[in-house]
Design a protein around this ligand. Structure first.
Ligand code: SAH
Ligand code: MG
Length: 200
């Protein structure tokens, strides 16, 4: 059966990600995304951070009307994503862009923009892609908890690099909460998911 085939291929991607340490979205997070897309009848999705295409594929599989545009700057992952999108026959509904997102100018409006790339860049992603958000659109950001580091006492974090990323994520959450025309909710799902809905 077709459905079994899809499930098998999804499992294959999850296994590949685990073996190659590709930080794909956690199961719980994917479930939430899929649910959100269904409930809000999302049609056009822009994703920042494709990796091997796992989340883009999961989102596109919600229903045949969905179109996903996704950006990845790592060549090896981008090439893997091309292969995977072909495996699911989703070439017509997933557009892959190989570039740094902040150097990519996107045309058009999206019901949902999903940030799942460099954790310290979220404010820049927001400012860069806000013009691509539909008037009633939503921005969803993954990894808000950053494995628990975000709200840990900075003195307890040994790595300077991790401390800096944690601070950037806290700044991003403040930035979201300060936005007058958006309402943000941080969901305790997976590694933490921020749901930022535009209010008219
Ligand atoms: N969304 C994927 C996982 C993405 S992992 C999934 O759940 O299946 C994050 C990816 O973002 C990495 O592959 C990394 O190379 C990419 N990335 C980080 N910063 C980026 C940027 N500025 N532009 C494009 N891709 C970026
Ligand atoms: Mg993530």
């Amino acid at each position: 059966m077709v459905d079994d085939n899809i499930k098998q291929n999804i499992t294959k991607l999850e296994k590949y990600a685990k073996e190659n340490k590709i930080p794909i979205m956690q199961k719980e997070g994917i479930k939430f995304l899929i649910n959100y897309i269904e409930k809000n009848e999302i049609k056009n999705i822009l994703e920042i951070g494709t990796a091997i295409g796992y989340s883009a594929i999961c989102m596109a599989l919600v229903n045949p009307k969905i179109k996903v545009t996704t950006i990845e700057r790592d060549e090896e992952r981008y090439l893997e994503a091309i292969k995977n999108i072909k495996l699911f026959n989703l070439e017509n509904r997933i557009t892959l862009i190989f570039n740094d997102a902040l150097n990519t100018k996107i045309e058009g409006k999206y019901d949902l923009i999903f940030f799942d790339a460099a954790k310290a860049q979220n404010i820049n992603f927001f400012n860069h892609f806000e013009e691509n958000l539909a008037s009633n659109g939503t921005i969803i950001t993954d990894n808000i908890f950053f494995h628990g580091y975000t709200y840990m006492d900075p003195q307890e974090i040994e790595s300077k690099n991790i401390r800096a990323i944690a601070r950037k994520i806290r700044e991003y959450v403040d930035f979201l909460n300060d936005k007058k025309n958006y309402v943000t909710e941080i969901k305790k799902i997976g590694d933490g998911v921020a749901v930022t809905e535009r209010v008219q």
